[in-house]
Design a protein around this ligand. Sequence first.
Ligand SMILES: [Zn+2]
Length: 149
Amino acid sequence: MVMEFLIKELDKNYELIDCKVKKDKIIFTIQSTLVELECPYCRHKTDRVHSYYTREIQDIPLLNKQTVLIVNGRKMFCQNPECNHTTFSEQHVFAGKNGRKTRRLEDRILKTSSELSSVGASKLLRENRITVSKSTICEMLKKNVTNCG
Ligand SMILES: [Zn+2]
């Protein structure tokens, strides 16, 4: 299935749970297939789940529709007695720094913005069903280049 492939391309350790195609939006619900997760603080693996949560992450548009990933995440107990953290949240490697957009979407925004003013880029991206504000573009650009119009 094509939709399944799109998720595997994003991260091979994730599976597609649900897909809804709306008038101007595609919503994928996905989750990790890994049973054990590694504590980011001590690198020990654990399979003890503390709780579940979902996170919404904007992805690159498909079929000229805005694409949103509903990611089922877990909060885990670290079972290493020597670790100074008792719990940690699942890390989604495909998500960008602030966790609201995928890295591949951030790359596309940066590529568009580096060639245009942030107002122009915001407008063009919106026409391409990518929601991003001028100030977010500025913030993203500041980390990459110095001047932001
Ligand atoms: Zn730990």
